[in-house]
Design a protein around this ligand. Structure first.
Ligand code: RNT
Ligand code: ZN
Length: 418
């Protein structure tokens, strides 16, 4: 390791230790945290199952940056490249459309074997896998409804797809010895103001009951449900609202997924974690960056991310929270997008771990809000970057922006030749 990196780290450590922050312990803890890196940043949510399907469900990727992965093999290579520049051992989050098979198989017929190449790769790389049924970009979802569709036959198709997905998730968990989180998000909703808000929700509830009827080993698969406030094409009404899934999740022991872009623009998911934690065994996060709408921009070190990190650390929610990423930007190098968003997420957790949480809580408890504000503000310019650099060096990944040259080389050698 370079001398300056160590020296700066030692200096920083001293500063933090004056406030009772155990820097070595923080780094040990950080190393244990697994981020679920979403595969869909690598190919603009295209997948491999249906060829050129238009992305639907009210989500959208813009940008024409060259080099998007076109095959599962390419996507794995890109992910591997990105992961080699991110400190720690993590998970990869797959969607059903990323099945890697020559068989012509529809979503309701998917089986674990269609993901065998992913499982083999994950084993070889020491990665965990998470999973998602793909309830969009399909012929049977084109009118905007899936699990709550008024037509029982279409509803059946999506129920079967979600059932199949859970079995795939359980297979991942069993094979890899790491619990897979299978997250269900459906786009169902109306563009314009509905008359009947209740009946689609009743249908969704019944459909979910059927999806979850099969008992699976929770050590292999955990189910999660992702709500949304509105989407493009479902501006007036989303069947799976936050209240809906919060109710469903708490009464049926399912993880509730909070996506940073799925609430009112000034509403922060960070603020919801403490409340939810009191009534659930765990939470799933989709760390994302909405800009004016659920735009899924690459995650940056903004106030929202810092606050998410703080809530997880200060409230001891790290162990029970599954931290997933959900952004997709086609206007920049996609490998770089992963590296930036994932490194930021980890860095935000480190930043939070380096705060003098105990002194801050004490000041607050004693009503000394002056100290609380003073310390919080001063700590913003404490040298967490020196600790981060040391951590990266220690974990064998590029320090600071040195990863960028590697991404550029990969772009020239691999991405631009596609
Ligand atoms: C959509 C949800 C969902 C998707 C992914 C691709 O608004 O956030 O999580 O982004 O499943
Ligand atoms: Zn999401």
């Amino acid at each position: 390791m370079r001398k300056e990196v160590v020296q700066r780290f030692e200096e920083a450590k001293q500063l933090y230790e004056q406030h009772g922050v155990d820097v070595d312990k923080a780094l040990e803890k950080l190393e244990q945290i697994k981020i679920s890196v979403h595969c869909w940043q690598g190919d603009d949510v295209q997948g491999f199952l249906f060829g050129d399907q238009e992305l639907s469900g009210g989500i959208s990727v813009t940008g024409q940056y060259p080099g998007a992965a076109q095959t599962a093999e390419q996507l794995r290579a890109d992910l591997q490249k990105a992961l080699s520049m991110i400190p720690g051992k993590h998970k990869v989050n797959l969607h059903a459309i990323y099945a890697d098979t020559d068989e012509q198989v529809d979503l309701d017929q998917l089986e674990p074997k269609h993901f065998q190449t992913w499982v083999d790769w994950a084993k070889e790389q020491g990665l965990g896998l998470d999973f998602n049924p793909t309830c969009f970009s399909h012929e049977k979802s084109k009118d905007g409804f899936t699990l709550s569709h008024p037509d029982p036959e279409i509803r059946r198709f999506w129920i079967d797809h979600c059932k199949a997905s859970r079995r795939i998730g359980a297979y991942f968990g069993e094979q890899l010895g790491q619990t897979c989180v299978t997250n269900i998000w459906v786009p169902d909703g109306y563009k314009d103001v509905p008359v009947d808000r209740l009946t689609p929700r009743q249908r969704l509830k019944e459909a979910l009951d059927e999806v979850f009827a099969e008992e699976l080993n929770p050590a292999h698969n955990l189910d999660a449900l992702e709500s949304k406030l509105f989407g493009i094409g479902s501006e007036a009404y989303v069947v799976g609202s936050h209240e809906f899934y919060m109710g469903y999740g708490i009464s049926n022991n399912k993880l509730i997924c909070l996506d940073a872009g799925h609430f009112h623009p000034t509403e922060s998911i960070a603020g919801k974690l403490s409340s939810l934690s009191l009534f659930t065994d765990g939470i799933l996060l989709h760390v994302s960056r909405p800009m004016r709408w659920d735009s899924d921009h690459v995650v940056i070190m903004d106030d929202e991310l810092i606050e998410i990190g703080r809530e997880l650390v200060r409230n001891n929610l790290i162990e029970t929270t599954h931290i997933g990423l959900d952004f997709f930007d086609g206007s920049i190098n996609r490998v770089a997008a992963w590296v930036i968003g994932t490194r930021n997420t980890i860095k935000a957790l480190l930043r939070a771990m380096l705060e003098p949480t105990e002194s801050l809580k004490k000041a607050e408890f004693e009503g000394d809000y002056t100290t609380r504000l003073a310390l919080l503000e001063e700590f913003k310019s404490y040298p967490f970057g020196a600790v981060w650099d040391y951590y990266c060096a220690q974990m064998g990944v590029p320090v600071r922006e040195n990863w960028l040259a590697e991404v550029k080389a990969y772009e020239t050698e691999v991405l631009l030749k596609r």
